[in-house]
Design a protein around this ligand. Structure first.
Ligand SMILES: [Zn+2]
Length: 411
């Protein structure tokens, strides 16, 4: 069918194809009324791009003039529909190739006075931002920020939207809230699902099982502390990308993020616990190698790591990062203090490296290597219930000491 269009002037051809796609989209959702926009000449959408990953994805479309838009959510399959004032889509289709949370992106005209974009999603999502901003150079840009959400929240959005007005854009959930009186801790069991992590030297027990068993114990122990509420980023043997782990922590307003691991090393005699905090520059070669290996997790499961979540260069964000960093270091020091004389530690037990999973700009985060599955003695301890209970109690003590100090300092 497209073959027949060859020979037409390029712009007319693009419009024709776009209209056909638009009609298909309209057929698929025929029961849905389109938003009414004032009749006008189509605005040229001259550029578009998609960035982000399977936890947060941003779409940006550049227009010659300021477009009006209305957002709706649709079910079966789950989609976000953006109705626009009359638009002509003049950018190459490849620029909006689906990625991240979106598995299909379509767009086209809807008659003479409106256009529509349809984003089919991989999993329930919500828009945390949808606005038109002025470009420095040319025209305006429509920015849509989507974030992963739960089935329940998606259903709530569906039910609460009014088809005569734009659906609500839910503000992004933001970080530490000690003020609510509850100190929330995200306990992150490393690996899971297709990503088994390391495996035990003797028993071959996968790291993903060791971390989940300990995570459950630690969350239980933390929940016994007055004023502390812990939750697990994953409760089963399921795969979560690194960005999803961080996003879940942010959405649940975590005040602290603890990622649990038990990796292997080529030097099998090395044993003991290590506490890592984030740094662009690794403290040593071992830390650097471990972080590089952990960061491969997304690739293992077939996720691309060529671009992280959309981020804004921002002085405030930099300040937040620095403050968060100081808190992370304070927590790491507390854990080391708790462990000293009680739990085996490696030399220089507080180390730094560039772990993707520690990158939340506003949640103090540490990664605890409880021990090494490559070392038979460590492996025995990691599988020992008594040892795990003792370590969980010591980590909970460290968290509680840290919390008391942060509350005393006003947050
Ligand atoms: Zn690991």
């Amino acid at each position: 069918m497209i073959g027949r269009a060859i020979g037409m002037p390029a712009k007319a051809k693009i419009l024709r194809i776009a209209r056909r796609i638009g009609l298909l989209a309209a057929l698929a959702i025929a029961t849905v009324s389109t938003a009414a926009f004032a009749s006008q000449q189509p605005i040229l959408a001259f550029a578009a791009r998609v960035a982000g990953d399977d936890a947060r994805t941003r779409v940006v479309i550049d227009f010659e003039q300021k477009p009006d838009f209305v957002i709706h959510y649709v079910d079966g399959p789950e989609r976000i529909i953006v109705d626009l004032s009359a638009s002509a889509f003049g950018f190459p289709a490849g620029d909006l190739a689906p990625r991240g949370l979106f598995k299909d992106i379509r767009y086209g005209t809807m008659g003479s006075d409106s256009a529509r974009m349809v984003f089919t999603v991989n999993r329930p999502v919500k828009l945390v931002m949808a606005e038109v901003q002025k470009n420095e150079e040319r025209g305006f840009r429509l920015v849509l920020d989507a974030e992963m959400t739960t089935k329940e929240q998606f259903a709530t959005i569906l039910k609460s939207q009014d088809w005569n007005t734009s659906a609500a854009v839910l503000p992004q959930d933001v970080g530490p809230v000690v003020e609510d009186g509850v100190f929330t801790v995200a306990v992150d069991a490393g690996h899971g699902g297709i990503d088994a992590g390391a495996s035990g030297a003797t028993t071959k027990t996968p790291e993903k099982t060791v971390t989940l068993d300990f995570a459950r114990l630690l969350a239980e122990r933390l929940n016994k502390v007055d004023g502390v509420k812990a939750f697990l980023t994953r409760e089963e043997d399921t795969f979560l990308s690194l960005s999803q782990r961080v996003t879940i922590a942010r959405q649940k307003h975590a005040d602290l993020f603890i990622s649990l691991h038990a990796d292997t090393l080529a030097q099998k005699d090395i044993r003991g616990a290590t506490i890592y905090t984030l740094s662009d520059k690794a403290s040593d070669r071992m830390a650097e190698n471990l972080a590089a290996r952990e960061n491969l997790s997304d690739q293992l499961a077939g996720f691309s790591i060529d671009s992280g979540p959309p981020e804004v260069a921002d002085i405030l964000l930099d300040l937040t990062r620095r403050e968060t960093q100081a808190f992370s270091v304070a927590l790491a020091d507390n854990v080391v203090k708790s462990f000293e004389g009680q739990v085996g530690l490696i030399n220089n037990p507080h180390r730094q490296a560039n772990f993707q999973v520690l990158r939340a700009p506003d949640i103090p985060s540490v990664l605890l290597e409880m021990g090494f599955l490559s070392n038979p003695e460590d492996e025995k301890l990691l599988l020992d219930e008594g040892w795990r209970a003792k370590v969980a109690a010591l980590v909970a003590d460290a968290v509680d000491r840290y919390r008391r100090r942060s509350v005393a300092n006003g947050g």
